[in-house]
Write a protein that binds this ligand. Sequence first.
Ligand SMILES: Cc1cc2nc3c(=O)[nH]c(=O)nc-3n(C[C@H](O)[C@H](O)[C@H](O)COP(=O)(O)OP(=O)(O)OC[C@H]3O[C@@H](n4cnc5c(N)ncnc54)[C@H](O)[C@@H]3O)c2cc1C
Length: 752
Amino acid sequence: MKADTPVLKDILLVGGGHAHVSVLRMFGMKPMPGVRLTLITRDIHTPYSGMLPGYVAGHYDYDEVHIDLGPLVRFAGARLYHGEVQGLDLGQRLVKVPGRPPVHYDLLSINTGSRPRAIDVPGALEYALPVKPIDQWLRDWQALQVRVLSSQGDFRILVVGGGAGGVELALSTQHRLTALLREQGDEGSRLHYELITDGSEILPTHNAGVRRRFIRVLGERGIAVHLNSRAVAVEPKGVRAENGEFHPADAVLWVTYAAAPAWFAQSALAVDQEGFIAVDRELRSVSHPEVFAAGDVASLPDPRPKSGVFAVRQGPVLTHNLRRAVAGRPLRPYRPQKRFLGLIGTGDAYAVASRGNWSWEGRLLWNWKDWIDRRFMRRFNELPEMAQEAGPELGGIADAEAIRELSTLALRCGGCGAKVGSRVLSRVINRLPAQRRDDVLIGLDAPDDAAVFVVPPGKLMVQSVDYFRAFIDDPYTFGRIAANHALGDIFAMGAEAQSALAIATVPYGREQVVEQTLSELLTGALDTLAPTGAVLAGGHSSEGAELAFGLTVNGLIAKDALLRKGGMQPGDALILTKPIGTGTLFAADMRGKAKGRWVDGAIQSMLVSNQGAAACLHRHGATACTDVTGFGLLGHLVEMTRASDVDVRLDLAAVPLLDGAEQAVAAGILSSLQPQNLRLRRAVRDPETLSTHPRYPLLFDPQTAGGLLASVPADAGSACLDALHGLGYAHAAIIGRVEPRTTEAAPIQVNV
Ligand SMILES: Cc1cc2nc3c(=O)[nH]c(=O)nc-3n(C[C@H](O)[C@H](O)[C@H](O)COP(=O)(O)OP(=O)(O)OC[C@H]3O[C@@H](n4cnc5c(N)ncnc54)[C@H](O)[C@@H]3O)c2cc1C
């Protein structure tokens, strides 16, 4: 959303299911000024159920069967919060997500899908592999492949569940495992499959013709089917059925009826007998009109099977109704189709079609299914050019109070008058946890004109300031990263963090929205500061065109413990504690060209504190240290070589990179700061010979909350690296060596 469009209503989408991807796409095609869309999702890459069996069977790769929510959310002009919702406060209209402040909504839509019911069968949670959540299942599936391939003798796989999911999964996993075994010279006859179901037939929601075809296919593939066999216990060596039979198994795939998470019912939303959200024909909760639900989690007045087909079809109606509900207009009913075409694969690029009482089968049907599914995925993974935002016509969604508030927005002035209102500020500050430290004499707990600090005898105060525009649309996470970035300077010098002053610019908007944004921002900053021992002692906030945030951080250190950029000694090992690439990745993200998992990986890396690494480097006798930020790895290295009067030999292959950084650079996407940083190439010997190397541009990539770059004595290098890995700096690496200063003008030799 454009920063100059005030936010009037918040629509919160929970779960990146099949209906919400349509909502996002349709809002991207036609934005609704004044409406802010936020998606909270557990998975950044959401699987498309129709292609999953094909992925399992080996016909598709990961990206072909997943919708990347990162670019889609950006296309929609929405905010992406990565997290798993675990509760609702319907009274306060808040969604609870562990690890971040509750998120407010005006309208809430839930599309989180279901999981196979396992909870009531003893042992299922311990020993079976449930097919959902899919990301977990995909990890289990990888592990199962390894187990089967490394096993000796018979291997028995039991599938529990006789619906389309169970049958398809049995056939597709069997196809893949047999193919893998054959690749290693094993003809696969030691792999045994069985399927059990509590029903008196398989595929109960399909017609008799489809059932007959699958009974034949399963028979031909040697998959024994046991009907009327309800699993009542899963044991380490197999599954016990209600009829007394025991089915031995080395692995149990659990594909039973869908179950709902407990938090729907716990939050007092009206639910059906199974715990799914009871909605009316307009997909609106029957108990809470401001809540919508779609896909497997929605229980409709006219129930339908839990199938992705219905979730997909609900998408356009849900979009329409969210738009209408936010403007207080009448809604449209969702009319589920009585019959639908089901194309169920058999794993070997062959499919059976089912519609009403009609059925057919063949290879052509698989090709057709493949064509339909790929076309569907293209709608979400190949997005049209970004829509131009319409001007802020807010008719319909602005109530009288909002219009009054908005009319004063235009009159707000700059300078000191641009301050966030004192009522808002004091409400936000009062909600923050107490900020006390003995050496902070006057801080937020007893505010005055300025904060006052004590510098204990024998200590020095180390200060640094950073401030930048938001590069992600999530104030809480942005606050955490900004604080981490600012603290990097303090830690690089070996100091202990003591206190911070914050400066925040929050987009103009309604008081409630400004308050919420400021609150999320400061909570994020405090969640980073608190574990380091630092307190927030004061700050300044103002309203402006866009979200920006920074901190002045103060640290304390004994004079003789100070670590500086100068001090590198010839022979020292050069250590970098975090991977680089944030600049290019966020440049790619802004253009909708970065994969969601790349951006998420970069965010996770930016959230890693440098505190532990600094102490570790110090313990291993670091001779010099700095944090890698805006000047890029090379810029900061040049500063160190100059201050230390040494040369450096850098091993380009050893420099750790964030996932996707090389691809983004290869696509020609560089940070806007890159050209300035590139001027430092004169510090590199023979830059022309390096210029075509795919990794070379990343040396100039500006970093946000980057890692520490330090020199440690050569004999301590590998012990220090092991210790860093042990502390969780998994990508830390020795990236080069310090050498005596030569007569060469350029101090840095890059080895490729
Ligand atoms: C093996 C198998 C094969 C299938 N094949 C087909 C098929 O061919 N065709 C078909 O139509 N159906 C198929 N189904 C059924 C289909 O998977 C589901 O009906 C469909 O995925 C439901 O879609 P949904 O939109 O409700 O949710 P989902 O597709 O499950 O999406 C839910 C999303 O919400 C997110 N999420 C979950 N919990 C939370 C939370 N607490 N907070 C935030 N985010 C959360 C998840 O990360 C995910 O992105 C199959 C099912 C199985 C098990």
